[in-house]
Ligand binder design. Structure first.
Ligand SMILES: Nc1ncnc2c1ncn2[C@@H]1O[C@H](COP(=O)(O)OP(=O)(O)O)[C@@H](O)[C@H]1O
Ligand SMILES: Nc1ccn([C@@H]2O[C@H](COP(=O)(O)OP(=O)(O)O)[C@@H](O)[C@H]2O)c(=O)n1
Length: 217
């Protein structure tokens, strides 16, 4: 069967990971959440006394393990849940704006996509990591709905937040991600925009599966 790569980009909490995971499972493809990689480096940065990014990157070991989604290991420790906490979310856009961090992760991500068969979600996948991806999606949703969704995520994870505070945090993070110097969040010219506001997970998954099946023919 023909192998393709699918790139899914968009702002915070638009539904990228949820949908990417489902699309990958349905098509027997590998799912890669690149945001988790930036979050893992943010945890290493916050824990380290040495704040020089180049030195930090020489010392860390990030592994992604497929497990009904993706688990993240930092130097052997499972940090999958830890990296969703507020201190990581508050600092991740700063860490992700660093040139050393971006070139380190983009190279790692490009290695993962070389043999195709990957659904990868993030901010710069269609523009920088896999510019030749066969299918590119730019996923958006209203900030109100994204904050409400993230509030439910946080409640289920035991993370403290309010919808109002999440609205402000999400808008702030989007602004940082869209205005940073290196590969800012932007829609690739050949990406298809999908607005998930008011749509169910099943509906959005079906739209992307249809687009993917056209590319797989
Ligand atoms: N139509 C939809 N598409 C995607 N996610 C949805 C949708 N409706 C509700 N959700 C919920 O919104 C949240 C999206 O979070 P997530 O997938 O982590 O977004 P992102 O990866 O873009 O940050 C999940 O809790 C998911 O269950
Ligand atoms: N390809 C990517 C993925 C994430 N990121 C950064 O990592 C942060 C966390 O990404 P994420 O996908 O886990 O964010 P959520 O939308 O899930 O909260 C983003 O806000 C970006 O700053 C990036 O710069 N490039």
């Amino acid at each position: 069967m023909k192998k393709i790569n699918i790139a899914i980009d968009g702002p915070a909490a638009a539904g990228k990971s949820t949908i990417a995971k489902k699309v990958a499972a349905a098509l027997n493809m590998v799912y890669v959440d690149t945001g988790a990689m930036y979050r893992a480096i943010t945890l290493a940065y916050l824990k380290s006394d040495d704040k020089d990014f180049s030195t930090l990157l020489e010392q860390i070991d990030i592994r992604l393990v497929a497990d009904h989604g993706q688990r993240v290991l930092l130097s052997g420790e499972d940090i999958t849940e830890r990296i969703r906490e507020n201190d990581i979310t508050e600092n991740v856009s700063f860490v992700a704006s660093q040139a050393a961090v971006r070139s380190y992760l983009v190279e790692l991500q490009q290695q993962l996509t070389r043999d195709k068969g990957v659904v990868m979600d993030g901010r710069d996948i269609g523009t920088t990591v896999i510019p030749d991806a066969e299918l590119k999606i730019y996923m958006i949703a209203s900030v109100e709905e994204r904050a409400q969704r993230r509030q439910l995520d946080n409640e289920s994870r035991g993370i403290d937040s309010t919808v109002e505070q999440l609205k402000a945090d999400i808008a702030h993070r989007d602004h940082l991600d869209m205005t940073r110097e290196i590969s800012p969040l932007t829609q690739a010219a050949d990406a298809i925009e999908i607005d998930t506001t008011g749509r169910s997970i099943e509906e959005v998954t079906a739209i992307i599966l249809k687009l993917a099946s056209d590319k797989l023919e």
